[in-house]
Design a protein around this ligand. Structure first.
Ligand SMILES: Cc1cc2nc3c(=O)[nH]c(=O)nc-3n(C[C@H](O)[C@H](O)[C@H](O)COP(=O)(O)OP(=O)(O)OC[C@H]3O[C@@H](n4cnc5c(N)ncnc54)[C@H](O)[C@@H]3O)c2cc1C
Length: 461
């Protein structure tokens, strides 16, 4: 048995930083990774998908050459280059994380599956392949994996998750996507722009169900214009091989059925936490009904000295929430800070083109909050920079508490929306009244320069 001060299980977006911070503070740390260093963000999530989306956007803009004053002739996508860009980002990212861990003094890396064995003399015992490790502290950063949908015949066809999708050596002719939420929409639009036919099958009545109606309507309009077939209130009930592709049977909510035949099928219907094989019961760690590891506001589990960070705790589903989990635990353990995950304001982006940046409450949530709410909405067609860039899809929505004059939330669907929202998120963190933003000097011409102007149009909900 090897004894350490701490064991980190999983190398997602918090585990590696936690291990390095602990090692730099003089602790001996074991890091266990079962598959690819860096987890989803590096290997099948944020970075490779945004690389693919960048290629897709470049193709799309080139296709609009006439709007900007140039001709390209017919556009040919060189899939091997697109694929190579994605592969290189993955390889660089995962190698970088592995090198960082292996080259940090005080860390020992185990390429193995980690699971709890129990507790002995105050130390947690963790199996890492053939090795037995022991430590007083354990940090779980095991993330999530794609949910396999309950579809008859799914085992007979080579369906794709995002990991396999990003490794395709040939561009799909016709990509069927089950699930029109964040991953399904981002990948659906990107593959369409890269030349695939795309059909999205989605159970709720609208894409990205949790966003406000006006945002969803605009996204539906954009997808329709780009000839992405969207089947809402529909699900795939059966799949079977069909030549070199896949045939799926789609059932609509009214009971009617249609058959789609595609070259590839992406399932993007949600993710499940990687907690079920950790043998958590051996050390008395509790999960909720969906398998997310229960934590308090300090990210401590029900077992003293064991922390759950990142997606596996169900308190966030993003790289930035996972990384912030690390910062919270580091600051509390090493610097005695008392930071809580419950203090954070939700923020994220849907990286369609244009992107939707979101922070705090949606309009729907604000209406349900019982607060007095002021709201202002501005179409991107009224924003100078969007007009100059000839990209006027989308709208900006700002929500303010009528009593405190602080922001409740915002949504920016439009060019640079993912960046513009960040300025509102930083502002919200200060707790300032919105009038402070109105008196800040904005840079012209930018999209963000209109935020003070839009605030001048706030009206009660
Ligand atoms: C297609 C896609 C696109 C995304 N796009 C974005 C985006 O644009 N922005 C954003 O913020 N987020 C995005 N995400 C989400 C983001 O990738 C995750 O939220 C982020 O990676 C945080 O994950 P994590 O730190 O919880 O762990 P993960 O990244 O899931 O890593 C967990 C690691 O633990 C390992 N592991 C699991 N069990 C064990 C075990 N028992 N023993 C040893 N190792 C184990 C796994 O192999 C993995 O390496 C995207 C996700 C996907 C799938």
């Amino acid at each position: 048995m090897k004894t350490f001060d701490a064991i980190v299980i999983g190398t997602g977006q918090s585990g590696p930083s936690m291990a390095v911070a602990l090692a730099r503070s003089g602790k001996r740390v074991a890091v266990i990774e079962a598959k690819h260093f860096g987890g989803s963000c590096v290997n099948d999530g944020c970075r490779p998908t945004k690389t693919l989306i960048a290629s897709a956007r470049a193709v799309h803009l080139a296709g609009r050459g006439a709007d900007f004053g140039f001709q390209t002739g017919s556009l040919e996508v060189n899939w091997s280059v697109v694929h190579r860009r994605v592969r290189e980002i993955i390889e660089r990212g995962t190698a970088g994380v592995e090198h960082w861990l292996r080259s940090t003094s005080g860390i020992e890396v185990f390429c193995a599956f980690g699971r709890f064995l129990g507790k002995h003399e105050g130390l947690y015992l963790v199996e890492a392949g053939a090795e037995q490790l022991a430590a007083a502290q354990v940090f779980i950063n095991t993330g999530t994996r794609p949910l396999v949908p309950d579809v008859v015949g799914i085992e007979t066809v080579p369906w794709l998750d995002s990991q396999r999708l990003l490794r395709l050596e040939q561009r799909p002719e016709h990509l069927i996507v089950l699930g029109g939420s964040y991953i399904g929409m981002e990948m659906g639009q990107a593959f369409r722009r890269l030349g695939s036919r795309v059909s999205i099958v989605h159970a709720p009545a609208t894409l990205v169900n949790r966003e406000d109606d006006d945002m969803k309507q605009e996204l539906h309009r954009i997808f329709a214009r780009e000839a992405i077939d969207v089947y809402t209130q529909s699900t795939i009930v059966k799949a079977e091989p069909c030549g070199s592709g896949i045939r799926v049977f789609v059932r609509h909510h009214d009971g009617s059925e249609r058959i789609l035949e595609g070259s590839h099928w992406l399932c993007a219907v949600g993710r499940v936490p990687n907690s079920d094989q950790l043998n958590l019961q051996a050390v008395g760690i509790e999960t909720d009904a969906r398998g997310f590891i229960g934590v308090n506001e300090f990210l401590e589990t029900s077992a003293s000295g064991v922390f759950a960070l990142g997606d596996v705790n169900g308190k966030g589903a993003f790289t930035h929430t996972s990384y912030q989990d690390f910062e919270i635990v580091r600051d509390n353990l090493l610097f005695g800070r008392g930071r809580k995950w419950t203090d954070r304001i939700t923020s994220y982006a849907l990286f369609t083109d244009p992107p939707l940046g979101r922070v705090g409450m949606t309009e729907t949530e604000a209406r349900a909050s019982g607060k007095q709410v002021l709201m202002a909405v501005k179409p991107m067609s009224k924003i100078g920079r969007a007009v100059e860039e000839a990209q006027t899809d989308g709208l900006i929505k700002l929500l303010v508490d009528a009593e405190t004059h602080t922001f409740l939330g915002a949504a920016v669907l439009g060019i640079y929306g993912d960046e513009v929202i960040q300025s509102i998120a930083y502002f919200m963190a200060t707790g300032s009244r919105y009038e402070v933003m109105q008196e800040t000097l904005p840079i012209h011409p930018t999209v963000a320069e209109f935020l003070p102007t839009i605030l001048g149009e706030l009206r009660p909900l």
